[in-house]
Unconditional design. Structure first.
Length: 143
């Protein structure tokens, strides 16, 4: 029997993994790639539709971002079923990542940025489950 209550854990696990240092593409953390693009474009919010595998705005979509998002979206169904739920129980799965760049806040140094992410899953009964995560990254460090 599929369980709805695990969907909160799914939202939590997915978003924590996405913003973690385990999310690494090419030569850097994916969140550092995101922060560099946010600074270059002044687009400070990434939105991901996990079920459709789509993300935007396009200004933030570099190859490392696209590859990471594709992998995380493709793996979402396995995470749901491994947790004891069924994928068809999830009618909506979105993630929003907000960026705060260095020099914009008292606690951030130049070259350091903060991301705050929220995952929102909605089940087939209309109930929403939230997961939140955040992290600080040195996005101007020399490679």
């Amino acid at each position: 029997m599929a369980r709805y209550k695990v969907l909160k854990s799914v939202a939590h696990s997915w978003v924590h993994s996405f913003v973690s240092v385990m999310n690494y593409q090419r030569d850097d953390y994916v969140m550092a790639h995101l922060l560099r693009r946010a600074e270059a474009t002044n687009c400070l919010e990434l939105r991901i539709d996990v079920l459709r595998g789509m993300a935007g705005p396009m200004e933030l979509m570099t190859r490392p971002m696209i590859d990471s998002i594709r992998g995380y979206c493709n793996d979402f169904g396995r995470l749901v079923t491994a947790s004891g739920a069924a994928l068809d129980m999830v009618t909506e799965a979105t993630v929003t990542v907000r960026c705060r760049l260095g020099r914009r806040g008292v606690h951030l140094r130049n070259g350091h940025g903060n991301v705050k992410a929220t995952a929102r899953l909605v089940d087939d009964r209309g109930r929403a489950y939230l997961g939140r995560a955040e992290g600080t990254y040195d996005y101007l460090r020399p490679r």
